[in-house]
Design a protein around this ligand. Structure first.
Ligand SMILES: [Zn+2]
Ligand SMILES: [Zn+2]
Length: 137
């Protein structure tokens, strides 16, 4: 369980009503909303919250390392509160459902030395694609 709100409280992040709502929208497992989706959910609870506030707050959460920016489908970036647990993504190629998954082994270590071209490799992103149970019918 990802409790973004709890982590932000612990680190003493100043929680205004607007920031708290955004953190609440982003809390939970397998949450990967676009900025517009975060805004749409936030407005349900706090009608006056502006898109700019949502964008700025997301940018800040990314810069302090509590939320990950994920670009998975070449479309809008998604915001992932599961920032403290290394994971990869499983995506339905029909409906776009995203799951956090942890492959066995370590994808970063799996790249052989002779395929690294002298790079000091520090990150890896693996995307698994296929049809989710609903789309498989
Ligand atoms: Zn699907
Ligand atoms: Zn994720």
């Amino acid at each position: 369980m990802t409790d973004l709100l709890e982590r932000l409280r612990e680190r003493g992040w100043r929680l205004t009503a607007q920031r708290r709502i955004i953190a609440e929208v982003l809390s939970g497992d397998h949450v990967h909303y676009t900025a517009d989706e975060v805004h749409a959910h936030a407005v349900e609870r706090l009608p006056e919250i502006s898109r700019a506030t949502v964008y700025n707050t997301l940018g800040e959460l990314v810069s302090i390392g509590e939320v990950l920016e994920v670009s998975t489908d070449g479309r809008a970036k998604r915001y992932d509160p599961n920032a403290h647990r290394p994971h990869q993504h499983l995506i339905c190629s029909r409906c776009g459902t995203i799951r956090d998954v942890q492959p066995r082994g370590n994808p970063l270590a799996d790249l052989p030395d002779d395929e690294r071209f002298g790079f000091a490799v520090s990150q890896v992103e693996v995307t698994y694609r296929g049809l989710c149970p609903s789309c498989r019918g």
